[in-house]
Design a protein around this ligand. Sequence first.
Ligand SMILES: *Cc1c(COP(=O)(O)O)cnc(C)c1O
Length: 416
Amino acid sequence: MQNRQFHPESLMMTFGYKPELSEGAVKCPIFQTSTFVFKTAEEGKAFFQVAYGQREKQPNEELGLIYSRLNNPDLQILEERLCLWDEAEECAVFESGMSAISTVMLEFLRPGDVILYSKPVYGGTDHFINKVLPEYGIHGIGFTNSQSAEEVIQMVKDAGLASKLKMVYVETPANPTNALFDFGICREVADKFSSAEKEVVVVADNTYMGPLWQHPLKHGVDLVVYSATKYIGGHSDLIAGAVLGKSKHMKRVRTLRTFLGNMAGPWTGWLLMRSLETLKVRMTQQARNAVEVAGFLKSHPKVGKVFYLGHLQPGDVQYDIFKKQLSCAGAMVSFEVKGGEADAFVFLNHLRLIKLAVSLGSTESLAEHPATMTHCDVSEEDRKEMGISERLIRLSIGVEHHEDIIWDISQALERV
Ligand SMILES: *Cc1c(COP(=O)(O)O)cnc(C)c1O
């Protein structure tokens, strides 16, 4: 008998779960419990020693179940399954994408440190970096995808921050225009400012493409963060987050999670396991639909610019990054209607199938107006620089029949 390395999608239904521990149930039950019974006091002592880092795990020892703030089967199995997509050593699941992101920042940054971040980042992340972290003496500086590694390095040096840089944080593709950042540049900058005493970690928010279409850990990134609310959850019915990476980093993330107490609960863990079973089929269908929708928009007389990765052309630097880092153009499409805000609103108000809501990555298609909704907090100057105009609409393409999505867009455009 040969051994076979199964694909992640083949393992999402069964991996890490032992039916014999749950009365033979084919599916992992919801372990709705706060605490777990030890067989003996000695066992309880042994579990705590590992959980609190007083001794290393034995080669075949599994972390014993203690208390649901530390671990719970629904989270543990979910985390093992999530690791398969990104080929990560460890994963930790959180109560929200923001708790995953903020916990990573709080663990790896200390007063006086500096975080270098790609612009634009998700609104909540931007707020955390620029409004919350400064209260703790931690400061952020932004970089754009038009800067080379040398230019970013020079910028950090010129600002006198070479000795303070501790984290490079990147979100790519950027929301809502699909601007791509090169992980290679992030790694180069981090290495430039790393020393034996000071590690500069690279963190990537892979929410827009993951965990199917982009695997940042393979491109020199140390930690990947997700809003699992989006594609991983995929049904607009929960809020959750995840962090993945090497054990040496994840141990720290997991420990802070234990003491902030912002792990996801068993019910959310169970829902996410259910979502993972269809992750590949959902995302594949969404990407197929996006090809059709973006093609339709491109030739429509009432549509201006279309922001879709599948339309990048050879010769464009963005195309080179796309080929290097991504395996698919994804299912996020933004476009400009001819006119201004009023015209964009007419379009949004006349959609019949697509729902007018923020968020993304779900089975149903969603539309929103970045300039007045998700990106209303961004300064007018920055919006201009990033191409977030009053005419811009962002679509998250779902799993509906593509002809129905296109029909809906078409009839709403007729009202403009
Ligand atoms: C939604 C989102 C977040 C925040 O996640 P929550 O689950 O809402 O806390 C972070 N980054 C990106 C790119 C997102 O789209």
